[in-house]
Design a protein around this ligand. Structure first.
Ligand code: A2P
Length: 303
């Protein structure tokens, strides 16, 4: 049995250690984010993932402060990820935007800064600014999110610094195997967002069978599968009981056959809102109404 816990890290390609299991806070408002983040830290979580676009950096910052105080930990014990908002992309705007994130999060540095989305025509300039922020020490590591193979190749062609992480939708029904293969070859760590498929994978009968065999929940089986696949993962929950449950995954191990069974569930299926549109070409066309925040003015998020 592996001796791992919430503090176990993955070695990123720039030498920084990143916890392998953290808390996601997408679709969480400020008040709820404060509570979940604080409770998660007190329960042993060491990595928190947010984004300006989620509109909850302020709540996350308050939760970090409270969680560290109550658990007697220091800032350096925690690994905090945030992301460059689509509307801030570009060179100077990315350099400027970091100050807002730092202020809202009440931090002096970010552990990992990601490009939230590969906005066409802008993401190379955004990356150049992130390289600058990295050299200045405002961020300990820089990475990308939602980049497909073409985006990654283009970025590598222009970058001085290889991204440490590509955070992408990754769960049993959506495994993006081509992206995974390319990233691994390039030394880019994959991190799963919506590892539980936004909750929609949790009633899968195959997964339920594996869960029953280990006396665990389907959520725990998926998180364990991520860990055994060396995928960094950030399940989101606003409920303490689930936050605790999602961290209780270090006392069992999936067999190789079980890992393979889950690998074979891949349908290339996004369970989320962007299913039917070209999400990789975020120029603003064809964006469904449900994503009405994508191109809001950055000022709306500077509060
Ligand atoms: P909630 O926040 O109400 O607990 P993902 O991380 O894939 O986006 O999935 C998050 C969704 O899964 C949320 O709706 C969350 O609900 C739910 N969820 C998180 N952990 C669990 C769990 N252990 N059991 C059941 N549902 C969970």
């Amino acid at each position: 049995m592996s001796e791992q816990n919430l503090a176990t890290t993955e070695h990123l390609n720039n030498g920084v250690e990143m916890p392998r299991l953290g808390l996601g806070v997408w679709k969480t408002d400020n008040a709820s984010a404060k509570q979940s983040v604080s409770e998660a830290i007190q329960h042993g979580y060491r990595m928190i993932d947010t984004a300006k676009q989620y509109g909850n950096e302020t709540g996350v910052g308050e939760g970090i402060r409270e969680g560290l105080e109550k658990s007697g930990l220091n800032r350096k014990d925690l690994f905090v990820t945030t992301k460059v908002f689509n509307g801030d992309q570009g060179y100077q705007s990315t350099l400027d935007a970091i100050n807002g994130s730092l202020k809202r999060l009440q931090l002096t540095y970010i552990d990992l800064l990601l490009i939230r989305w590969p906005v066409d025509g802008k993401y190379i300039d955004t990356w150049k600014a992130m390289e600058q922020l990295y050299r200045q020490g405002k961020v300990r590591a820089i990475g990308i999110s939602n980049f497909d193979v073409e985006h990654m190749q283009n970025l590598l062609d222009h970058a001085d610094i290889t991204p440490v992480v590509n955070q992408m939708e990754f769960h049993p029904l959506q495994q993006q195997k081509d992206v995974l293969k390319f990233a691994q070859h390039a030394g880019i760590q994959i991190e799963a967002w919506s590892p539980l498929g936004g909750g929609e994978v949790l009633d899968n009968p195959t997964l339920q069978k594996i869960a029953d065999a280990h006396n665990k929940s389907v959520a725990q089986v998926i998180i364990r599968w991520d860990l055994q696949r060396n995928i960094i993962t950030i399940p989101k929950s606003s409920h303490l009981e689930r936050i605790q449950q999602n961290a209780d995954v270090f006392d069992f191990e999936l067999t190789d056959a079980e890992v393979e069974t889950v690998n074979n569930l891949d349908e290339g299926k996004s369970s989320l809102w962007y299913d039917d549109f070209a999400w990789h070409n975020m120029q603003g066309e064809g964006i469904p109404d449900t994503v009405d925040t994508w191109y809001d003015s950055p000022e709306d998020y500077d509060k």
